[in-house]
Design a binder for this molecule. Structure first.
Ligand SMILES: [Mg+2]
Length: 266
């Protein structure tokens, strides 16, 4: 039986620039038996091609169609939803601009012409950008769309603020919740990967990741099998405390092939 495996990247396949022991062999083994593979990350400051290069350099063969990030899901969603006369104002980094431009979506730097504001992780975020987004909202009732809901991103030695910091700033000035949040754990991300990329029944898909509130939650809420790996930020104690219980828990991705080392199930 062919299954689909959706792998988170950081904490699941690698930690920073270090491949997790056994990851390359596990993925090779799944491919050899005919399973389908997708890599899915929320991180919006790198392009899909950056991840392709990184995976290839770490010894994991992949092609670009298998690599999905929150920018790509956002661009594909907006392309379907927007009309030709619509325009977006973007808060984010170069990778996000590139992905939106690749879909031939009109990008404007004039907030009064924007009826969508896209928010991604932006390490040059400032007051001027908050004001621009606010003016698009006031003058044009712009729809706010964020690439991902992550509060922080793990980095070597700690964590740094992620897209939720930008979301919080805009929710602060409008007094309203943001309209749409793409990426994990949203149904947009799950539907896109399952229906558009894997093209499989969700019950045959396994979402494999290290974060309960994104990876595992998305799997559970969208009819996928969820698999937590303990090589990232989650400990066994955290599973007990969380409302998002994985279907399977593994020490590491290297156990994915037969799951015989499964150490708990929810
Ligand atoms: Mg992760």
């Amino acid at each position: 039986m062919v299954n689909g495996y959706i792998f988170d990247l950081d904490g699941t396949i690698y930690l920073d620039n270090q491949l997790i022991d056994g990851a390359a062999e596990a993925i090779r083994c799944l491919r050899e038996r005919g399973d389908k593979i997708v890599f899915l990350t929320n991180k919006s400051i790198s392009t899909r091609y950056d991840y392709l290069t990184k995976l290839n350099n770490l010894g994991i063969g992949a092609n670009i169609q298998e690599i999905i990030n929150s920018n790509y899901i956002t661009a594909k969603y907006l392309k379907q939803r927007m009309s030709k006369t619509d325009a977006v104002f973007i808060i984010g980094e170069e990778a996000l601009f590139e992905e939106i431009a690749d879909e031939n979506i009109t990008i404007t730097d004039d907030p009064k012409k924007a009826n969508y504001v896209i928010l991604g992780w932006d390490r040059m975020f400032n007051y001027e950008k908050i004001n621009s987004a606010y003016q698009a909202w006031v003058h044009n009732q712009a729809t706010f769309v964020a690439t991902n809901p992550d509060r922080t991103c793990p980095v070597y030695g700690g964590q740094i603020p992620d897209c939720a910091a930008m979301i919080g700033a805009l929710e602060g000035v409008t007094g309203q919740s943001i309209d749409l949040i793409m990426g994990k754990p949203s149904k947009f991300a799950a539907n896109f990967v399952v229906n558009e990329v894997l093209k499989m029944d969700p019950s045959k898909c396994f979402m494999v990741g290290d974060r309960l509130e994104t990876d595992i939650r998305m799997g559970n809420e969208n009819g996928l099998n969820s698999v937590l790996v303990l090589t990232g930020i989650t400990t066994l104690d955290m599973i007990k405390e969380s409302e998002y219980k994985p279907t399977y828990t593994l020490e590491s991705i290297k156990d994915i092939v037969d799951m015989k080392n499964m150490i708990s199930s929810g």
